[in-house]
Design a protein around this ligand. Structure first.
Ligand code: SAH
Length: 377
């Protein structure tokens, strides 16, 4: 996007949101306003290396320039509405776009490393039967800037403004929305986040999850620099998957497996990809289902794959319940006995509606809420 294009998109009286611009695009922007290009790099560093959210704080810029910028551009558009902290340390951030739509991100600490789960859309258009986000419907696609800002907001809350991000912090595009229905913005956001002069979170530390938008998996497989991929499968047959994930009626398991095979062929040495499988008690969690899943992988000769088993996170509006603990174990062992790597993803932040499939912009007064600004214990 060049700056004159921006001017057309954003009328005179509205400030240009600049959080989704690369360092080079920011240089173009300042240049079009008669400033030297290096000022663009300074702003980029201010926004992403120091994670400042106002021009005022960027004191390496002349005051007059900061004031000028303030009149025409915005370095922060997403605001935090509320924050919920789970008993397991997970934090859910309910944010709002400048037009008032919900955006949710989750911080998940573990002993080894921290993970930030971010959203690609406000709401979600897919109607997965076991997912609470589906109940919101699609509100709209998020812009690259709105995607990047989620990460900045969470990092600032957890580690503090102007601090270094601990090495090894991972990102997962597993919040609200279907990332591959907002493909361009997602990839743009990942490019902005990976710049060395900024957040410097490289694609290798990012995992994107798709419900199976087949043409986009093919497009993704052609990308040179790309994140890791997870595909939500959750059923080994069309009959069952049609019911659980209606997107299967558009692209069925055969098309999905073919796309997965293309992706597998494009992996670099040592890389693998993931199938996610939500375990729904009595619905898709029997040993027969596990065997059918292993058969499916064999049929398409998929070897560089691991299965992430996600115990269902229940909610009042959902008609499913979690599998029996023993059955989770049995499902995993059945896969392993067939030579398939399987891991059980332990639920995090269930008590604050922060776990997989629970992001539905919930604002419950009885949840432990810590309003923005305050640090969690
Ligand atoms: N739309 C993308 C990104 C969302 S990721 C996708 O579907 O992959 C969210 C993950 O949580 C998906 O694997 C989804 O299948 C899973 N999920 C949805 N609802 C869930 C629930 N109630 N319990 C556990 N996992 C759920």
């Amino acid at each position: 996007m060049n700056a004159s294009g921006c001017d057309k998109l954003f009328p005179m009286n509205e400030k240009l949101p600049i959080t989704g611009l690369t360092a080079a695009e920011l240089a173009d922007f300042v240049e079009s306003h008669g400033e030297p290009r290096y000022r663009g790099r300074q702003i980029f560093k201010g926004m992403y290396q120091r994670r400042l959210r106002s021009f005022e704080e960027m004191t390496d810029l002349p005051k007059s320039f900061r004031e000028k910028l303030d009149a025409i551009a915005s370095p922060a558009t997403v605001t935090v509405e509320s924050k919920y902290v789970s008993e397991d340390g997970t934090r859910r951030f309910l944010m709002k776009t400048s037009d008032g739509l919900p955006v949710e991100a989750v911080f998940i600490p573990t002993e080894k490393r921290d993970t930030i789960c971010f959203s690609s859309q406000s709401g979600c258009p897919l109607k997965c039967d076991f997912c609470l986000t589906a109940k919101l419907g699609l509100l709209r696609n998020l812009t690259p800037g709105e995607i990047v800002e989620q990460i900045v907001i969470v990092l600032n809350d957890v580690y503090g403004v102007d601090t270094e991000t601990p090495h090894g912090t991972n990102l997962v595009a597993m919040g609200a929305g279907e990332p591959f229905l907002n493909f361009e913005s997602l990839i743009k956001a990942i490019n902005v986040m990976s710049e060395e002069q900024g957040l410097f979170i490289v694609p290798g530390r990012i995992t994107v999850s798709t419900a199976g938008i087949v043409p986009k998996i093919h497009e993704f497989a052609k990308l040179e620099k790309r994140p890791n991929l997870a595909i939500s499968l959750s059923a080994p047959t069309d009959e069952l998957r049609d019911r659980l994930m209606p997107i299967n009626r558009r692209w069925n398991i055969h098309e999905l497996m073919n796309a997965a095979k293309v992706l597998e062929r494009s992996l670099k040495r040592g890389e693998r990809f993931t199938f996610e499988y939500v375990l729904l008690g009595g619905v898709n969690d029997s040993d027969d289902h596990a065997n059918a899943l292993a058969d499916l992988l064999e049929r398409y000769d998929l070897r560089r794959v691991k299965i992430n088993l996600i115990p269902h996170n229940p909610a009042e509006q959902l008609d499913y319940f979690p599998s029996d603990e023993l059955q989770v174990e049995s499902f995993k062992l059945t896969l392993e006995s067939r030579g398939v790597s399987a891991y059980v993803r332990r639920p995090r932040g269930r008590d604050i509606y922060a776990a997989c499939g629970q992001l539905a912009a919930k604002e419950e007064p009885n949840l432990v809420k810590i309003t923005s600004g305050a640090r969690a214990a």
